[in-house]
Design a protein around this ligand. Structure first.
Ligand SMILES: [Zn+2]
Length: 234
């Protein structure tokens, strides 16, 4: 399994940082915030190979790039099938946004919403809005991905014994109150969920400068700080 770290940052961007998104085996995009499509095209990635977008929830930094993706697919002459899966309201929400942008009907060719595949396990996360975590299993390997979530045993169960456990770590431990209030995890919350899951490698995402610095100071061979634009093999 090849996992490209497209973006690793939370909602507040900094220079050279992108909102959290990962591309699995060139085919499955995990979250699609603003700028995701632009990055994929700039990097020479063939977006016609992307067959599925798994959206954790409908906040801008996770789903705001979907209209751009749909437009660019069509404008590149791509009309193969693609499924966009996320919270139930994704159909209505994306429909409204695409209508507001006067999206030509032909751009929706091949697009379906809310599928389920045998390699996929979907379980709820714990955020301020409807939120899901995803586990993809393929050829004996598995990767878990959370969008925005507080500590939840659902993540432990969905990420049980994965090769790669990608989980948000938005806040440093000193900001536990904020993490709770806004439905996020501290660095320690994320590591606790990872350890309980029995997974092999923890990759934090949805980071902020403060959580990144806190993670930098942790020396653990099972914790890998992702670099945007780098491919990780599991
Ligand atoms: Zn977010």
């Amino acid at each position: 399994m090849d996992i490209l770290a497209v973006g690793t940052w939370g909602s507040g961007l900094e220079p050279d940082k992108r909102n959290t998104a990962f591309l699995v085996d060139g085919k499955t995009l995990l979250d699609c915030g603003p700028g995701t499509t632009e990055y994929l095209i700039n990097s020479g990635i063939d977006i016609s190979q992307i067959k599925r977008i798994l959206v954790t929830h409908l906040h801008l930094d996770h789903a705001g790039g979907i209209p751009e993706f749909i437009w660019q697919r069509a404008l590149h002459g791509i009309c193969t099938d693609i499924n966009i899966t996320g919270p139930v309201e994704i159909v209505e929400s994306m429909g409204n946004i695409l209508r507001n942008y006067h999206t030509p009907a032909f751009m929706m060719n091949g697009i379906t919403f809310n599928g389920s595949d045998p390699d996929l396990s979907i379980r709820p996360g714990k955020h301020t809005v409807e939120e899901y975590t995803y586990r993809i299993s393929c050829s004996g390997k598995s990767v878990f991905y959370s969008g925005d979530t507080s500590y939840t045993e659902e993540a432990i169960e969905n990420g049980r014994n994965c090769d790669l456990f990608i989980h948000e770590a938005t806040y440093p431990d000193s900001m536990g109150k904020e993490a709770n209030r806004y439905g996020h995890s501290t660095v320690s919350d994320a590591i606790r969920v990872f350890r309980a899951s029995g997974s092999r490698i923890f990759m934090p995402t949805h980071m902020t400068r403060d959580s990144y610095n806190a993670l930098l100071s942790i020396r653990d061979k099972n914790i890998v700080l992702p670099e945007e634009g780098k491919v990780y093999k599991i």
